[in-house]
Design a protein around this ligand. Structure first.
Ligand SMILES: Cc1ncc(COP(=O)(O)O)c(C=O)c1O
Length: 428
């Protein structure tokens, strides 16, 4: 990338992570290799003891993945990033890097269902307690924090409700309590719509399966390190203390403010193994190049479709964070460029059968469970993501038989509106 400082987002999404190589190729190469030739045993030993940087094995490093990580870190103005195999693994690696059995994390109540299950079931089995705040009010987080709390966790925009927490207030709370603030910024589109580091976050996790990839062609996740947490405060001996896996090496002394992201790589990827494939990292790089253009188009289309739905006689309710009646409206205006993302929900008039008829009559919008794709997606939670829930849990989650989650793609929105119109007629 150019040495020029302060490049803008649109420039960094194309130039970030690019370095001229020996071939002069302007395209970033895909390195489909598991292993790397060591020029000597002494050099290999240095790589393995982390006294020298370089490629060891693709579970830990790969040049294509490194370009993708550098690009994302540049977009966030962060000290480093780590590509992993899914959004779920970005969360798992982050939590297990910071919390161990007997410790706890404090999380927002507005979480993606998969995250909620990881927290409620799998982390509990590992002995890590997840305390879910009663609401998004800062005081409801604060009362749950004690000396064993290892992070505050929130989504910058909750999936699927699109609630937006007061990121700045949570960042201030985390600072006051001296615990890291971790934000799932999947909806924030790699920092284009929302950059949680501007508001006090220390670590970002992201399902790059969504807006970063942008075309629904690969699974991925990424962890981003803001480099702005003081790991030397005595709370994280696994970072500022002798490392069990590296002959007592102190990661903080060796890597300074990038110690957390190094730990996720050298312990997390080494032990849990959830690395991305180089080809998928390449797809993420390609996806990123037009991210700002894609997302702007999607956000504009979302408003138009939400407005169309709001006046439609077959629609009971529209929940769109860009409308003033949405609970997240004020915070979205503050934290999200354009005050919105490209997801909203509607409830149809009618019943389960007429809703199913509507979904199945759609010809362009896909009946899938996906967001941030180039294709407009309509998801029916009652028959998909929330199918296993009891009546009571469905009610608590606000999932009614006629609820639909919509994620706008890159089509001309007028065609999507016409698709909805014919599906409404067919659902009669
Ligand atoms: C906000 C959020 N976080 C994490 C995930 C999990 O990501 P992945 O499906 O890439 O594992 C999702 C998936 O939809 C999500 O919406």
């Amino acid at each position: 990338m150019s040495n020029k400082k302060n490049l803008r987002f649109e420039t960094k999404q194309i130039h970030g992570g690019y370095h001229v190589d020996a071939t002069g190729s302007r395209g970033i190469a895909i390195y489909p290799t598991a292993a790397y030739h060591f020029k000597s045993c002494d050099y290999a030993a240095k790589l393995f003891e982390l006294s020298e940087g370089g490629n060891i094995y693709t579970r830990l490093h790969n040049p294509t993945t490194a370009a993708y990580e550098e690009r994302v870190a540049a977009l966030y103005n962060a000290v480093g990033a780590l590509g992993v195999s899914s959004g779920m693994s970005s969360i798992l690696l982050t939590v297990t890097a910071l919390a161990q059995a007997g410790e706890n994390i404090v999380a927002s109540p507005f979480l993606y269902g998969g995250t909620y299950n990881q927290f409620r079931i799998s982390l509990r089995k590992l002995g890590i307690e997840v305390r879910i705040a009663k609401s998004e009010k800062v005081e409801d987080f604060e009362t749950l924090i004690d000396e064993n709390t290892k992070m505050i966790y929130a989504e910058s925009m909750g999936n699927p409700t699109c609630d937006v927490p007061d990121l700045q207030a949570l960042g201030e709370l985390a600072k006051r309590k001296d615990v890291p603030f971790v934000v799932d910024n999947t909806f924030g589109a790699a920092g284009f719509l929302c950059n949680p580091f501007d508001w006090g976050a220390n670590i970002v996790v992201d399902s790059s399966t969504k807006w970063i990839n942008g075309h629904g062609t690969a699974m991925g996740g990424i962890i981003v390190d803001g480099g702005n947490y003081n790991w030397a405060n005595g709370k994280f001996p696994q970072i500022d203390g002798p490392s069990e896996g590296y002959h007592g090496l102190n990661l903080y002394e060796a890597f300074g403010n990038a110690a957390f992201i190094v730990k996720c790589r050298v312990d997390g990827l080494r032990d849990f193994g959830c690395c991305p494939s180089p080809f998928d990292a390449y797809l993420m790089l390609i996806g990123l190049e037009a991210l700002s253009l894609r997302v702007k188009h999607q956000v504009e289309s979302t408003r138009k479709l939400a407005e169309y739905c709001r006046q439609h006689p077959k629609v009971e309710r529209v929940s769109y964070v860009g409308f003033e009646d949405h609970a997240g409206y004020k915070n979205a205006q503050k934290y999200y460029r354009y005050g919105s993302s490209s997801v909203f929900t509607i409830e149809l008039k009618g019943d389960l059968d007429s809703t199913v008829r509507f979904v199945e009559a759609l010809q362009l919008a896909g009946n899938m469970t996906m967001i941030g794709d180039s294709i407009t997606v309509v998801t029916h939670p009652a028959s998909t993501t929330h199918k296993q829930l009891s009546e009571a849990d469905l009610k608590a989650a606000g999932v009614t038989p006629t609820l639909l989650r919509i994620s706008l793609g890159l089509e001309n929105v007028e065609d999507i509106i016409e698709d909805f119109e014919q599906a409404f007629a067919a659902a009669e």
